[in-house]
Design a binder for this molecule. Sequence first.
Ligand code: HEM
Length: 465
Amino acid sequence: AQVIARAYNSDLRRIPGPVLNRFTTLPLKLRVLSGRRTHYIHALHKIYGPVVRIAPFEVSFSDMRAHREIHKVGTQFIKAPWYQNQMPGQHSDELTGVFGVRDPKKAIARRKLFQMAGSLTTVLEWEPLIVDIIKQTVQEIKQEGRQGVVDLMKWWQLMAADVVGTLAFGEPFRLVEKGQKSEFIENVEASTLYVGLRLELPWIMNAFQYIPLPPVGRPADMLKRYVSNGQKAVQNSKAAAKGGIKTLFSKMVPEEGEAPLPDFLVAIESANVIVAGTDTTATLLTWLVYAVLKNPSVKRRLLDELDSCPQAPDWEILQAQTYMQNVIAETLRWMPPIPGPLFRQTPAGGAVLAGYAIPGETVVETQAYTMHHNPDVWEDPDNFNPDRWNHVTQEMKDSFFPFGGNARTCVGQNIARLEIVHAVSTFFRECPDAKLADSVTSESMDFIDYFAIKPVGGKLEIDLT
Ligand code: HEM
């Protein structure tokens, strides 16, 4: 009776959506398990329009005004409890990394400690170090390419983990040098999958905690390793404060005065940024290369532009390469690395969004993939067309959020952007004849999502011969 009352006796009953979803989260959670959440919600928006009730207490919006209202700076819509399901025992703002902090004031304070990553001036101090890692990655790709096809996604993962790992840990990570997916990367991948599933299905995933899962063993041990790796970042950041390389966490463990965060939280933050910064950057580059190699005219124009660039271009020069910038923006639109919902909660008194009254403490969300593929804003949205960025309209700006909503936008986006421009320019200049290997098909490059995306085929093979 309670389930029926909940389904019918609230303002939510006016919201379109499948009847079954008013009663149960099951249809949604089944898609979560199979990595099809984003595809499912996208399909529901096509059928039911811009506002869809996707679960008893969950509403998805594909509407610019609703998106702006939910995510504006100073918003009343705080992060949903979902964000504190990352790991067991993190159900409080004092026990979780920034990603899971829900209280807006506490989030602002915690985000300030990431100033090292947030400020472009600081990030540019790391440019030579990042460029070295990228050059080394592309040399390894060329080397491997002499022997046969190369899985480019593997190399972008190693590279992105090296960049963010080196910045977090203050010492070279050397994953590219080792050249194979280390235990560390496997741990990151498995953590991403486990945490992605745990966020949505905490009870089920708790049951799996002590069961060994190949290749990483018991999730409980994996999570312990994950945080104990972070301890190293804490030690190094302390050493850095005394005159070593600045790390991402230099603000959190200052040279003088009391540390604003206890060591265990800095360890969690460092482990989290490696997950946040590795697969996101790597998949963006993977789909960018795929799109460029699939479209000969795009490839031609990109190579022409890069040909006329100075030999060792820096950030400023690369910012001025308009075609390359269009290709990057178009990839972020077409295949956003975090394509799915950004879960928020309505204030206790409820809210009106896109003309619907929504009760208090309902989960409301907007997903980038759907808003980036809205045909009312983007002509022929499934088509990869960098030229659409020659004329940016207000509607495009309002519907584009690959780095999240304004109030809680990505703290690592300057690092990601710096890495992406250098990786694109170095790769295409060094490997102008790269082709897609036969294993690459539209099916293998469809995406699955566990918060961040992955190609269904798990790789992107290219041929350099
Ligand atoms: C192409 C690369 C990247 C993309 C597309 C991306 C995307 C995003 C998105 C969409 C969010 C908001 C998530 C939400 O509200 O639920 C986010 C948050 C975050 N990102 Fe990134 N990210 C990227 C790279 C990075 C890197 C390199 C780092 C670290 C150095 C990083 C660290 C973070 C952190 C710590 C947050 C949480 C911020 C908060 O909750 O206030 N990201 N990112």
